[in-house]
Write a protein that binds this ligand. Structure first.
Ligand SMILES: Cc1ncc(COP(=O)(O)O)c(C=O)c1O
Length: 344
């Protein structure tokens, strides 16, 4: 794929802006590994503040940040409650069990939304007096496999309350939390209020070349830092380069999320006008569009040959994600290409 405006597979392909390149080029570097890089420290503090948390930890990827959060909240052998379509489980290849040694209890969900009663039941269910120790409930917003659903404080808060009342922590995979916040008109700190730890990606709608920040209490982050080392991770000895781009991303790219959400809506509405394809418009709440059609994997291959990047989601779902390189004109072109390839 060379034309980024037609690469709708993901928003992680977004390239750094000119200002980010400039910031990376001129970043004053310190030894980040021992906490001596000013840009890293500033970025960690800024994201923590945005999310209403005490401290932050810059990590190379959102997946690694989630992993370290899980390790830090829970002891090996504990049960962790997640929704059945959780990115942490499926797209992070069961690292929850493989690396962290946790037992994932998957709870039915619609658009990533678990029923509070089902979460309560998952934590409290015992058999013949045997009750697993549930130390963590994981949430995700926006919800990737849910089709980009925007789950804000109205959903997250009560679940966090249920967990807390039963002695469990809550972790939010907020890789695209800023898309949710743009959709709901909610401040990130309000959305994440009551949640113990949050991961925010810098490499999606924010357009930085990489990185995610895990935020939580000071003591949680201090422990997470050690766990990151235990799994051989860090943001890099000279992570200041990444942090310099991340700071620009945070200060300049937040408004982009509303634009990305608007274009996803436009794309969804235009696609829904075609024959033989369908989009559940109620699910199009942020920058992800999932199109229902026949033989999605074969169609994705064909679309790739014609220059449009899409991602199959199962046999009948095709994911298209808007991002800063997508224009209104490229949305129209994407619709034309999809219509021609699908005979719609
Ligand atoms: C919901 C969600 N969580 C976490 C991640 C992981 O982020 P990264 O690709 O930086 O590991 C992604 C990436 O696609 C995601 O969509």
């Amino acid at each position: 794929m060379t034309d980024l405006s037609l690469d709708l597979r993901t928003d992680t392909i977004t390239r750094p802006t000119a200002e980010m390149w400039e910031a990376m080029q001129s970043a004053e570097l310190g030894w980040a590994h021992v906490g001596e890089d000013e840009n890293v420290l500033e970025l960690e503090a800024e994201v923590a503040s945005l999310l209403g948390k005490e401290a932050g930890l810059l990590v190379q990827t959102g997946s690694a940040a989630n992993l370290v959060a899980l390790m830090t909240h829970a002891e090996r052998g504990d049960q962790v409650v997640l929704d059945e379509a959780s990115h942490i489980v499926w797209s992070e290849e069961w690292g929850v069990a493989y690396v962290c040694g946790l037992f994932p209890r998957l709870v039915e969900s619609v658009g990533g939304r678990m029923e509070p009663e089902a979460v309560r039941e998952a934590i409290e269910r015992s058999l013949l007096g045997h009750l697993p120790s549930t130390s963590l409930v994981c949430l995700e917003s926006s919800h990737n496999f849910g089709g980009g659903t925007a789950l804000g404080s109205e959903y997250l808060g009560p679940i966090a309350e249920i967990a807390r009342a039963r002695g469990a922590w809550t972790h939010l995979d907020g890789a695209r939390l800023l898309n949710t916040c743009a959709a709901l008109g909610e401040e990130p700190r309000a959305a994440a209020a009551g949640i113990d730890s949050v991961v925010l990606n810098l490499n999606k709608g924010l357009s930085a070349p990489g990185g995610a920040v895990l935020a939580g209490t000071r003591s949680f982050i201090a422990e997470a830092r050690l766990n990151l080392r235990r799994v051989g991770g860090s943001a890099g000895h000279q992570a200041g380069i990444l942090a310099a781009a991340g700071l620009v991303a945070l200060r300049t790219m937040v408004p982009q999320h509303a634009e990305d959400n608007r274009r996803a809506r436009l794309l969804a509405e235009r696609l829904n006008e075609l024959d033989r394809v369908a989009v559940d418009l109620d699910r199009v709440q942020t920058n992800i569009v999932v199109v229902q059609l026949d033989d999605a994997p074969a169609l994705a291959l064909e679309l790739g040959r014609r220059g449009l990047g899409t991602l199959p989601m199962g046999p009948n779902g095709l994911r298209l994600v808007t991002h800063r390189h997508v224009t209104d004109a490229s949305v129209e072109r994407a619709v034309e290409l999809l219509a021609a390839a699908a005979g719609a």
